[in-house]
Design a protein around this ligand. Structure first.
Ligand code: NAG
Ligand code: NAG
Ligand code: NAG
Ligand code: NAG
Length: 307
């Protein structure tokens, strides 16, 4: 308790709000609770940790919030140093920066040489056939520096501490527990870590009131793929295969088990031509492939509507 009082005293506008989850910090100026995490992580692992807590990496949408986050950093992290906030150019093939929580992108506080023009996605994305899932490695994220508060275009693979924001009154909710909500897709996801056949994994998702995940955009492909590997703690280069809702219909065309349209991605050439009627996401590129036979066992990821 003493440390909390001392902590609150150091950072104006922060206070203990009983509506906030334990271990998070309320504010007097918005309806968010902030979770300060000292353990360094990659940008996406940090984001998924925030997702599991019901939020996102913190958006810094105005000069006041930027100063508030900077104050939290100075009170908690190595100073000088850097920490992750929720900005990245992860979103599909544009190179555009955005907040992962869906906030409008307007205020920025870039350092003078940032963002680095050579680090935009466009040069990567134009070479990828339309509809093909994009590789997770082609994006950058924002590191805020303390004590100056400026933003740097940073490689997301760097390990940094981070600050999550958790809404007091989330507008969307996932079934409890074990589901995470991605604002970028508006759906909830849960990983089934045990190995089983597609048919059994499908049934397990149905038993949760959900279905195997269907995928309808690059950002959904990247988030679902990376979240599943992060949850399985699978090294990205090996064993990174898991089931999604891909299955062939009686005419041999790929479909989604949840009945949504097959409107994104592709399974042409060798990827679609394995013996099984069932499909998976594969490795860190999250391309889609049929599996070699119907008895193959892999982890899986379920998807549910939020409510
Ligand atoms: C940040 O800390 C400074 C120094 O303690 C304080 O004057 C200022 O009000 C704080 N700003 C915010 C937004 O918390
Ligand atoms: C990306 O930025 C460009 C230039 O500002 C803009 O024209 C385009 O609409 C943006 N794309 C998205 C998906 O926001
Ligand atoms: C699933 O199978 C893989 C490959 O055999 C194995 O490495 C992994 O530990 C298994 N996972 C579980 C949860 O049993
Ligand atoms: C299956 O896919 C082929 C090639 O796109 C298409 O011509 C055919 O109409 C599809 N069949 C069904 C039942 O969707």
């Amino acid at each position: 308790m003493n440390s909390l009082v001392l902590f609150v005293g150091l950072v104006s506008f922060a206070f203990a709000n009983s509506a906030c989850p334990d271990g998070t910090i309320g504010t007097s100026f918005n309806k968010l609770c902030y979770k300060v995490v000292k353990t360094p992580a990659t940008w996406l692992s940090a984001q998924f940790d925030c997702n599991r807590a019901g939020g996102d990496l913190a958006a810094s949408t105005n000069v006041f919030t930027n100063q508030f986050l900077l104050n939290l950093s100075i009170a908690n992290f190595p100073n000088p140093g850097g920490f992750w906030i929720g900005g990245s150019n992860l979103v599909e093939g544009t190179g555009n920066w955005s907040w992962i929580d869906g906030n409008v992108w307007s205020y920025t506080n870039w350092a003078s040489d940032d963002p680095k023009p050579t680090n935009t996605l466009d040069s990567v994305a134009v070479h990828i056939p339309k509809g093909r899932p994009r590789n997770i490695n082609s994006y950058d994220a924002i590191q805020m520096h303390s004590p100056n508060g400026f933003w740097y275009d940073a490689s997301k693979t760097g390990l940094l501490p981070y600050i999550c924001e958790i809404p007091i009154n989330p507008s969307r909710n996932c079934p409890e527990p074990n589901w995470v909500y991605f604002g970028k897709t508006g759906s909830c996801y849960q990983v089934l870590a045990q190995n089983d056949t597609w048919v059994n994994q499908h049934q397990a998702c149905l038993n949760l009131g959900a279905d195997l995940a269907s995928i309808h955009s690059n950002i959904e492909n990247l988030l679902v793929g990376a979240f599943t590997l992060d949850t399985l703690q699978t090294p990205q280069a090996s064993n990174g295969i898991f089931f999604v809702g891909l299955n062939k219909n009686s005419k041999g065309n790929w479909t989604w088990s949840d009945g949504t349209s097959f409107d994104y991605g592709y399974m042409s050439g060798p990827y679609g031509n394995y013996g099984s009627a069932y499909g998976s996401l594969q490795y860190s590129a999250f391309y889609w492939a049929g599996v070699s036979n119907d008895l193959q066992k892999y982890p899986a990821v379920c998807k549910s509507d939020s409510f």
